[in-house]
Each structure stands twice: as C-alpha cells, then as structure tokens.
Design a protein around this ligand. Sequence first.
Ligand SMILES: [Zn+2]
Ligand SMILES: [Zn+2]
Length: 170
Amino acid sequence: MFFTAGKYQYGHRTVAYRSDYCLSCDDNTVSVQQRTFDVLQVYYVPVLPLGFRKHWHCTRCRKNPHARVKTSQGIKILGLGVFSLFAAMTWLLPFKNSDDAEAVWGLRIGSGCLVALFATLILFHKRGSSMTLSERREALPRFTPTHCLFCGEPFNATAQSCAECQVEYL
Ligand SMILES: [Zn+2]
Ligand SMILES: [Zn+2]
C-alpha cells in the first residue's frame, strides 16, 4: 500500500496582475497573482488546513516567473572544467614513437579547441544576462491594460485596481 500525501490548492482567486520578467520565458511578461486555500491531504482526505497563500504565475508559461531556471551555464562550466582537465592530461601523456606523437598531438589540439569553445560560450552567455532580475523588473513600466484581464471591463490606468472586480494592477 502506498502512501499519498500532498498539498492541494482550493479556491483559486485572481487578485492581481503586474509587469514581470519571467526567468522561464527569459522575456518580459505579465504575471498573475492568485490566492488559494492550501490544505494538506493524506489519502485524498484533507487533514491540515495551511491557510490562504498567494502565488505568482507567468501568464505565458504558467510557471513561477522567478523560479530559478537551471541554465545551461552550469553545464558549460562543467564542460570547461572536464575538458581543461582532459587537455592538461594530454600534455602529461608520454609517447615513445612518432605514431603515438600524432595521436597525442591530435588529442592535445582537439581538447584545446573544446576548452576554447566552452570558454567562448561562457563569456557570450555572461554578456547576455548582465542585468539582475530586480534591475529588469524596475525597468518595466507598470502593467495597465485598456481592459481588465479578469472581468473584461474598461480599466482606468490611474486606478490601482479594477473598479468592477477589485483585481489589482501593480
Ligand atoms: Zn513565463
Ligand atoms: Zn476587473
């Protein structure tokens, strides 16, 4: 018999929208904040109410916009480390005859090229993401749609929230 327990979210209610920078989309997007009532369930039976929680979601990908995305940068750094080590080892390889020398030089040049490739990729990546998340978010204008995304009523850009449904625009 397997044990099933988990957190379940009830009563999704839209509370706010804002301009955002989504790390998953790697782009400027609009995020929606929803309030849910979270309950801990065991065997589909609610056992412990955890209370009201607010969560932000990207309206494009539905994920948490600020969840750290496992970038390929880590893999590139790992690649650089592995191939640097490999390149260093090829210089320590002893060779006795000219046939070996050809193979060893091939390995030395090949691994040297791979090290250079990974180093270039890392430098290129850093240049593209020089702004921090908060800097990107501060650069964004406030999200003010002409019509409320939630109820569709015309939205007054000077107001903080929709007059009709009270959804906030931050
Ligand atoms: Zn997104
Ligand atoms: Zn509204």
